[in-house]
Design a protein around this ligand. Structure first.
Ligand SMILES: Cc1ncc(COP(=O)(O)O)c(C=O)c1O
Length: 372
């Protein structure tokens, strides 16, 4: 028998649909950019593979890359040093190492619902109880719901801005309120900022500003379009970073060396890359929202960040079944319930796809839904 903890978690509802892909399926399901990474990055990787990067590296990642990241995020907090930064093997693994370090049996952790698929199961795997907090009508964080969810057992709160799947972006008021709540109730903030570069309206409030009580998760998957390389990073206060690195050692010993060398070499081209793809994504966002709102019974709030639209629908079918039926029609999108119970009657449409595929994919959805 497998452990009770593993029995109690479900496989990802996003992957379930992805696994149904046919060769000609239109993929609006995955949170993966359809752009190739910058040439500088792939060239740097080839060079790294020819060096002695085949060896084990340091558990916390190569110092040069940690230093570059520390310099970059010190714009939010001048006290951040290289020693506050750890390279991980993805944002997902950064979350796992952090949750395992901070949470245990008897703890409650507030998680967004709808929210990214790993938060709740990763709490469960620590023995902690995930406590969902829902969003307001505009899909923004509902601060009242967070306050209502806090009990004597609450140990942490997971925040994700820009958000997957909601596409919302934290306001200054929400940012400050969450910092105050953390202070008042002695909570850890786990802030997932992997979409920080994809904000179309609003600005990024980073919990690096408030690192005393925060662990900030990040990743190169989205910001350099290298999701398959599995490299991410986190920043954490002096008091716990070495504890998280102990956990990281036991998960993977060290993050993959060649990709770290490559990302370190090409680090400075990230800004140009983002500047190049940002207007394309913004245009696709507008197209996606407009087309979804043309479907009878669909309502889509224009997302302010990330690269997902999260429309609601009014036909009588659970989102998991609707996503399966749409996959059979040739378009992959994610059921809202993959992101929590509050995601029911929603679909997540990723617009990290060509305009042509967005148009074709949403046309299939429209035909199916309007004839349902
Ligand atoms: C909000 C959020 N956090 C973290 C991740 C994980 O990114 P990765 O594990 O590829 O670094 C994703 C991926 O889709 C995400 O949407």
């Amino acid at each position: 028998m497998v452990s009770k903890k593993v029995q109690s978690i479900k496989p990802s509802g996003v992957r379930a649909i992805f696994d149904m892909a046919q060769e000609d399926s239109i993929n609006l399901g995955l949170g993966e950019l359809d752009f190739r990474p910058p040439r500088e990055v792939t060239e740097a990787c080839k060079k790294a593979l020819d060096s002695d990067s085949y060896r084990y590296g340091p558990t916390m990642g190569i110092p040069a890359l940690r230093e570059k990241i520390a310099n970059k995020i010190s714009r939010f907090n001048k006290d951040i040093k290289t020693s506050n930064v750890m390279i991980t093997s993805s944002g997902t693994q950064a979350a796992m190492a952090t949750f395992q370090t901070l949470f245990q049996e008897g703890d409650e952790v507030l998680v967004p619902d709808p929210g990214f698929v790993v938060y709740a199961p990763e709490c469960t795997l620590c023995g902690a109880d995930p406590v969902p907090y829902t969003m307001d009508d505009e899909l923004n964080i509902d601060l009242e719901k967070i306050k209502e969810g806090i009990t004597k057992k609450t140990k942490g709160i997971v925040v994700n801005s820009p958000a997957n799947p909601c596409g919302s972006v934290l306001t200054e008021e929400a940012f400050k309120t969450i910092c105050d709540l953390a202070e008042d109730y002695n909570l850890w903030i786990i802030s997932d900022e992997v979409y920080e570069n994809f904000i179309y309206e609003g600005k990024h409030y980073s919990f690096n500003e408030y690192l005393d009580r925060s662990v900030v998760l990040n990743s190169f998957s989205k910001s350099f379009a290298v999701a398959g390389w599995r490299v991410g990073y986190l920043s954490a206060p002096d008091s716990i970073i070495s504890e998280i690195s102990k956990m990281q050692y036991h998960i993977l010993a060290c993050p993959p060396s060649p990709f770290q060398y490559a990302l370190n070499d090409a680090f400075d081209c990230q800004e140009d890359f983002i500047n190049e793809i940002f207007p394309i994504l913004k245009k696709r966002r507008d197209l996606t929202t407009d087309l979804l709102n043309e479907i009878h019974g669909f309502s889509c709030i224009k997302p302010r960040g990330a690269f997902y639209a999260f429309p609601s629908y009014d036909i009588d079918i659970p989102s998991a079944d609707l996503a399966v039926k749409l996959a059979h029609q040739g378009v992959l999108c994610s059921p809202g319930t993959a992101f929590g119970d509050a995601g029911e009657k929603h679909l997540r449409i990723s617009y990290a796809a060509s305009e042509d595929n967005i148009e074709k994919g949403i046309e299939i959805i429209k035909n199916f839904v309007e004839n349902f």
